[in-house]
Write a protein that binds this ligand. Structure first.
Ligand code: HEM
Length: 263
């Protein structure tokens, strides 16, 4: 029955457009809400694409994964551009409604952590921000415990004959990834003979694109945050800009970066 489909009905626009409920009458608060909501929607799409890429990689089908991963990088680029819209909000504009935000912060975004965990940046520290038994907490715990995209890539490398210890990609549930020299050696071999290892070479370039665009997003966030709140503490309770600057060192695929120095 497609004849009853309407634009607004299909997209649930009544519901979607009633989700913007600023807590003050300040002009800029609507922009603040919409920027967060659109970013959360893009994160949802990115998680959807990464899980498809991961399923393909796990099945040994590297080529279909390229398409999903390339799409995620483009989504990240759009998310990064969003900071330019936010930058039109001055410190004075933000101060008009900042008190209404209480202790809420993007720091508590469950989807952002699911994204990090799914790529390979596992850190159980962030679980505490979500109540036990909540839907968000369950999603976070599942993503924390599941193998990451990088774990699945390393399993494929090992399966193709590269000498990578199983303990590197099969860690205790939720354990952080630690860079390993055997993994760096495998990527070095791939990049030293790209013709022989083209599928892994292309996959590695897609992964570094993804890490790169994630870092660009982080970088632009911290610059925009400094432009708006200077060195003040964040609503989420961290040191603010100095905390965000530390996150610029997070790499989901560390050996694909470190290997480049040795090539
Ligand atoms: C006026 C605008 C904004 C300001 C001043 C701001 C400030 C901050 C600060 C200071 C932090 C560190 C945690 C804290 O203490 O709160 C943070 C974290 C974060 N913010 Fe924003 N932010 C803004 C807009 C946004 C938007 C629009 C998003 C989109 C979802 C966002 C997503 C995040 C995320 C995901 C984190 C966690 C980063 C991490 O831990 O790696 N922020 N933000």
């Amino acid at each position: 029955m497609t004849e009853n489909v309407t634009y607004g009905g299909y997209l649930k626009l009544n519901e979607l457009l009633s989700c913007q409920q600023p807590r003050t009458g300040e002009h800029d608060e609507l922009l603040f809400v919409i920027l967060h909501q659109t970013m959360e929607l893009w994160m949802k799409q990115a998680i959807h694409e990464i899980s498809a890429a991961q399923a393909a990689v796990r099945a040994g089908d590297l080529v279909p994964a390229y398409k999903n991963l390339a799409r995620v990088s483009r989504i990240q680029a759009v998310m990064t551009q969003t900071w330019d819209i936010l930058a039109t909000m001055t410190p004075a504009d933000y101060l008009n409604f900042r008190a209404a935000l209480g202790a809420s912060s993007g720091f508590q975004s469950a989807q952002f952590r699911v994204l990090e965990y799914t790529l390979g940046l596992k850190d159980d520290f962030f679980l505490q921000y979500h109540a036990e038994g909540s839907e968000a907490r369950a999603a976070l715990e599942a993503a924390l415990k599941a193998p990451s995209l990088y774990d699945d890539v390393l399993r494929q490398l090992a399966g193709a004959g590269f000498d990578i210890p199983q303990s590197v990609y099969e860690r205790p549930s939720g354990a952080r990834y630690a860079p390993h020299e055997a993994v760096e050696a495998a990527w070095l071999a791939v990049y030293r003979d790209t013709q022989a290892h083209w599928p892994f070479y292309q996959l590695a370039e897609k992964l570094i694109d993804l890490d790169d665009s994630f870092l660009t997003w982080r970088h632009k966030h911290v610059t925009t945050v400094e432009r708006i709140i200077g060195r003040k503490r964040g609503t989420g309770g961290t040191d603010g800009v100095s905390y965000l600057q530390q996150t610029l060192t997070r790499r989901a695929f560390p050996e694909i970066w470190s290997m480049r120095t040795k090539l």
